[in-house]
Design a protein around this ligand. Sequence first.
Ligand code: HEC
Ligand code: HEC
Length: 340
Amino acid sequence: MRTRFSPRVLGGLLAGAAALALAGFSWSAQPSLDRAQFQRPKTIPHPDDNPYSEAKAALGRMLFFDPVLSGSQKIACASCHDPSLSWQDGRPRGIGEKIMPRRSPTLLNIAWVPTPGWAGQFEDLENVAFTPISSPIIMNLPEHLAVERLSAIPGYVWAFTTAFGSGPITKRKIELALATYERSIVSKEAPFDRWIKGDERAISSEAKRGFSLFVGKANCVSCHSGWAFTDASFHDIGTAKDNDIGRSKLFPSSVGLRYAFKTPTLRDVAKRPPYMHDGSLVTLEEVLELYSRGGIARPSRDPHIRPLNLSTQEKSDLIAFLRTLNSDPQRVAAPQLPPR
Ligand code: HEC
Ligand code: HEC
C-alpha cells in the first residue's frame, strides 16, 4: 500500500486501514511509505530569464570564491558559505565587515528555494547576489568599485565576454553569473537516498524508527517535506525571542508570520551546527528538546508545533534518522582565480 501525507489522502488512508483490518492485516507493522516523494530530483531548475550555461556557471564560481568583491579584499561569498562546512560557516551569526543579525544559512539546494533569505526577503536568487557585495556590514564594496575592479582584470573581462558576449561588465551580469553557479550547489547522495532507492541496509533500524516518528507521531514532515526536507515556507516554531520578528516585517498585519522564519533544508544538518536563524541552539539534542517542549506558546506559533513529550529513545531515534541525511564526503576545490 502507498500512502502520502497530505490531508486530502488521509481519508483514503483510513479507508485502506479498515480494509486491511478486515483482511486480518497487523497494524503493528509500519505501513509502507510513499518513498517517491523523497526521491532526489533528476534536474536542477533554472529560470527562463537566466538559463544555464557552462560559461556563466564557471564565471559565477570564480566570483563566488573571490575576495576581490569585498572592500577589504579579504571576504568572499565562500567565507560565510564555505563548501567544507556544508556551505555555511559554523557561526551563530554571519561575520563580515560587522556582525550580521542572523546566521549564515547553507546554500545547499538553493535552486529550489523560491524566496531566499531567512524571512524570504529576496525576490529570487539573482536578486540576492549583489546585496552582500554592496552591504556595508557584509562585503562593503560599492557597485561602481566592483565593476571597476573586475574590468581591470583581463581574466574577468575574458570570462564575462565568453559568458555574455561583448559589452561592459555590469551589476546584472555579476548577478546572473553568481546565481547560475549557486544553483549548482546541490546536496550529494546520502545513506537515506540509498534506502529510498530500496537498499534496506543503507540505514540502521534506529534511523528507520526515527523516520517513522518524523513522518508519523512527531509530524516533522508537515514542514520538512520532500527530498530536501523543506516546504520553503515560513513558520514560528516558538524559538525566536529577540526583537527579530522574521517574515512579519514584510507583512506587519499578519499574526501567523510574527517570528516566522524559513523552514531550512535538513540535508547535511548534523554537519552544520549551530541551528536556527539566530544560531541559538548548539546541538541537535537541543533542537529535539525544543520540539519536545513545543517552544514558546504564543498566538503566532504554528498549529503543528505543540509539546511532543518525546522520550529519550525517540529523540535519539530522530537524531539517528537526521544523520542519514549527511551526504557522502566530497571535496569542493576552490577555482583558480584570474591573475591580477
Ligand atoms: C559575512 C557573511 C556572509 C557573506 C560574505 C555572504 N553571505 Fe550570504 N548570507 C549570510 C547571512 C547571514 C544570510 C542570511 C541573511 C538573512 O536572511 O537575513 C545569507 C543569505 C544568503 C542567501 C539566501 C539563502 C537562503 O537560504 O535563503 C544567499 C543566496 C546568499 N546569502 C548568497 C551569498 C552570495 C552570492 C554571497 C557573495 C556575493 C554571499 N552570500 C556572501 C552571510 C553571508
Ligand atoms: C511548523 C513547521 C515545522 C515543524 C512541524 C518542524 N519544523 Fe523544524 N524547522 C522549522 C523552521 C521554520 C525552522 C527554522 C526556525 C528558525 O530559524 O527560527 C526549523 C528548524 C529545524 C532545524 C534546524 C535546521 C537549521 O539548519 O538550523 C532542525 C534540525 C529541525 N527543524 C528539525 C525538525 C524536526 C526533527 C521536527 C519534528 C520533531 C521538526 N523540525 C518539525 C519548521 C518546522
